[in-house]
Design a protein around this ligand. Structure first.
Ligand SMILES: C[S@@+](CC[C@H](N)C(=O)[O-])C[C@H]1O[C@@H](n2cnc3c(N)ncnc32)[C@H](O)[C@@H]1O
Length: 277
């Protein structure tokens, strides 16, 4: 059976192409990725040990994991406004909170890695594209009390859960902008001089990923870090990721199966690392 993955229209065919792509990408990742034992750069070794591999839990992380667990056990209905595939208008559907949470939230390990990064680098201004239920937002805020977070979410009902969660834990340093990121990001960023950390986890399309990168790049400082989520999600996202890696202003990149970390610091030599973690 021949499946043309470039011109297919049906969503079943698209899903099958995506599964095939992901399987192939995973084997490619296993082949090319290295562990910390092959890391000769002290910066990379330190990053792997303190951000990617540090599996210590603490009270703050436990609070986040408990909130996530509560969402997984919440079987009430929620109306979702979904902009996730580059649609100009939201596609609306009703589902259970538990199902939506399972679909959108990161694993505990991924949340911990973001927590570790924020705890280590203490970024003052954080931008998050894709708040969802606010679990990663909360983890970042608890990791560094000095950080201020500007987070964007298209679905008002999901954002409401996030806001209630921040209130419950007395977290005040988070502002959530509700709206289609493609329409509100430019304006919202014009109020910001620079950012220290951005996490891109919203609209997983090739063009949107690049658009967000260029908007953020414009506001970078030498210490800015951008995390792209789900870089192996589809052929198109990975194409965007490869172009970001090749950008002339990007110095170091670190790629795991889920995340792509981008650094602009000119003290770091231009290198791309693929790490099995
Ligand atoms: C994968 S979830 C984010 C998960 C969250 N960062 C976390 O770690 O818990 C993606 C979120 O991005 C939002 N989103 C996707 N495309 C968007 C857009 N164009 N504008 C606003 N929000 C968008 C979705 O509503 C969804 O809640």
């Amino acid at each position: 059976m021949k499946i043309n993955c470039l011109s297919g229209n049906s969503s079943a065919k698209d899903s099958l192409c995506q599964i095939i792509y992901r399987i192939k990408a995973f084997f490619g990742f296993l082949f090319y990725s290295k562990t910390k034992h092959a890391a000769h750069s002290p910066f990379l070794y330190d990053f792997i040990v303190s951000v990617l591999e540090n599996s210590q839990n603490n009270n703050s992380l436990e609070k986040c994991f408990n909130e996530k667990k509560a969402l997984f056990q919440n079987h009430s209905q929620i109306e979702i406004f979904d902009f996730g595939t580059g649609r100009a208008k939201a596609h609306v559907y009703t589902t259970k909170v538990s199902l939506q949470a399972k679909r959108s939230l990161k694993s505990n390990r991924e949340i911990r890695q973001v927590f570790n990064l924020v705890a280590k680098y203490k970024p003052l201004q954080i931008i998050e594209l894709g708040t969802s239920f606010g679990i990663t937002t909360m983890a970042m805020s608890l990791a560094s009390k000095e950080s201020s977070i500007l987070s964007f979410e298209g679905c008002p009902n999901t954002a409401e859960f996030a806001k209630k969660c921040f209130q419950k834990h007395n977290i005040n340093e988070i502002s959530v902008v509700i709206g289609n990121i493609d329409e509100v990001l430019d304006d919202s960023l014009s109020a910001i001089e620079t950012f220290d950390l951005a996490i891109v986890d919203a609209n997983h399309t090739y063009q949107n990923t690049l658009d967000y990168f260029f908007m953020l790049k414009f506001l970078r400082n030498t210490k800015s870090i951008i995390i792209f989520d789900d870089i192996h999600w589809s052929k198109n996202i990975n194409k965007a990721w490869q172009e970001i890696k090749a950008d002339k202003d990007v110095t170091l990149t670190i790629e795991t199966w889920n995340y792509g970390f981008v650094f602009f610091n000119s003290d770091l030599s231009k290198q791309d690392f693929i790490i099995r973690k």
